[in-house]
Design a protein around this ligand. Structure first.
Ligand code: C2O
Ligand code: CU
Length: 466
């Protein structure tokens, strides 16, 4: 057995570049103090179904012609300032939200609630210092079913200088596309489905490819960062052909790595795996989605080179992010009841309405991404602890996401829970769950279902921390 001491790994890591280069996902940006990372929102074309160039794809580029159409994988360092300049070359307003980052409210990217629209031709500078390391992502908060559905969802990796090094790293953006047989976009949703699980894509994808294959060193330990950025799909993932551990969920490290068996992740959620590659040259392992029933390969990993013969039991835990433990005894309780609504009026929305309301939080259906004149769901006092009593009275799953703060899962009436720290909780049908947090970040923070059709037809609200 080769011991996985820090030194060994650092040495082994010298080979990472060769693998990184072939990954497709590994276009990495760093921003130095002087020049911002350029994120130019734009229309582009891309082959998404493996056959036809799709027109009207929306993405960000670095302003250079001929760049990879997929949104860049952004890399930053925990505790170090990051600066990106969004320039809007779309023909509609946009913004960027940094999903899972606990940053200044003014940088949160929610139109009218935290910042003005960024109109066509305008720019907006996002500056923040990420407090947590891990796997995150970024997306607009404006006309999101269209903008995200057509491509605007990128991975964001915050490195920790104390992170253990692995033999390779692969970042995978899990998302589908709603395309017709000719490879062109079809209607973004069906009202009938929006009132149920949401409307699914017709072409399954990973890193804007169909079943991509990633090379990695045989017998190596590979960190695989997964982000479910699809507007609808919930994945039940399994790995065939290799052993793996889950080392982090939703950007937060697990106290001890767990065996990776079946992992359910919904829109907005992330998982970091350590995959122990098969030893034989050319052998593969497949990441498979078994939801709803027939197993489908999402991506695969292929061993190339000579074996590094690592032992998966040597996988070190990741460093923990800071989290202030909520004071449960003195926590104020906040009810948050998810329901379907009978009221089916089309409501005004600043930022692209779908024209329906199917869902409600505490009986109020919200229009979508923005604060309408309705008061916040709760007003929290800075520094105080809160217990959100989340109750799902619908027969559907909902990935409920809170901006700006992390919360801890305390208890559920339908399953044993571990005290995970997260920003997005996938609530099951008829589940009641308690989520605890310290209101430590002032501002107005949106809380919504990350199935975008649910978000945009009522399942949105916000909390205020003063
Ligand atoms: Cu992924 Cu309102 O966010
Ligand atoms: Cu939902």
């Amino acid at each position: 057995m080769v011991g996985l001491s820090r030194r060994t790994l650092l040495k082994a890591c010298a080979g990472i570049g060769a693998y990184g280069a072939g990954l497709g996902a590994a276009r990495l940006y760093a921003s130095d103090a002087g020049s911002p990372t350029v994120l130019e929102a734009r229309l582009t074309e891309a082959v998404l179904d493996g056959r036809h160039p799709t027109r009207g794809v929306m993405s960000w580029g670095d302003g250079s012609a001929g760049a990879d159409p997929m949104p860049p994988v952004l890399r930053m360092k925990r505790g170090e300032p990051f600066h990106a300049r969004l320039t809007n070359r779309l023909d509609e307003p946009t913004t960027i939200h940094w999903h899972g980052l606990r940053i200044d409210n003014r940088m949160d990217g929610v139109p009218f609630l935290t910042q003005p629209y960024v109109y066509t031709g305008d720019s907006f500078d996002y500056r923040f210092t990420p407090p947590d390391a891990g796997t995150f992502w970024y997306h607009p908060h404006c006309n999101t079913l269209t903008q995200m559905g057509r491509g605007m969802a990128g991975l964001l990796i915050v490195e920790d200088p104390a992170d253990p090094q692995f033999d390779a790293e692969i970042a995978i953006n899990l998302r589908d596309w709603r395309l017709g047989d000719d490879g062109q976009f079809i209607e973004a949703f069906k009202p009938r489905d929006a009132a149920r699980n949401g409307t699914f894509g017709t072409v399954r994808g990973a890193n804007w490819q169909v079943q991509p294959s990633f090379d990695a060193p045989p017998g190596g330990l590979v960190r695989v960062r997964l982000a479910a950025t699809d507007v609808t799909r919930i994945y039940s993932l399994r790995l065939d052909g290799a052993e793996a551990l889950v080392v982090a969920l939703d950007g937060q490290s697990l106290p001890a790595p767990q065996p990776f068996q079946t992992l359910v992740i919904g829109p907005g959620q992330r998982a970091d795996l350590v995959v122990r590659m098969p030893d034989g040259e050319g052998q593969t392992a497949s990441l498979v989605d078994i939801r709803p029933s027939t197993a489908k390969t999402v991506a695969s990993f292929r061993s190339t080179g000579s074996s590094l013969k690592r032992d998966i039991r040597d996988t070190p835990p990741l460093a923990a992010n800071p989290f202030e433990a909520p004071d449960l005894r003195n926590a104020e309780e906040i009810p948050l009841i998810l329901s379907a609504t009978a009221e089916n009026a089309s409501r005004e929305s600043f930022c692209g309405s779908l024209g329906y309301s199917f869902w409600a939080i505490n009986k109020v259906p919200w229009p979508g991404d923005t604060a309408d004149p309705t008061a916040p769901l709760a007003e929290m006092k800075r520094g105080r602890s809160y217990l959100i009593n989340l109750q799902n009275t619908t027969p559907h799953l909902h990935p409920i996401h809170l901006h700006g703060m992390n919360f801890q899962v305390v208890s559920s009436c339908v399953r044993p829970v571990s005290p995970l720290i997260t920003d997005t909780y996938l609530v099951l049908p008829d589940e009641k769950v308690q989520l605890a947090l310290v209101a430590d970040n002032p501002g107005d923070w949106v809380m919504h279902c990350h199935i975008i059709e649910h978000q945009k037809t009522g399942m949105t609200s916000y909390v205020r921390v003063v």
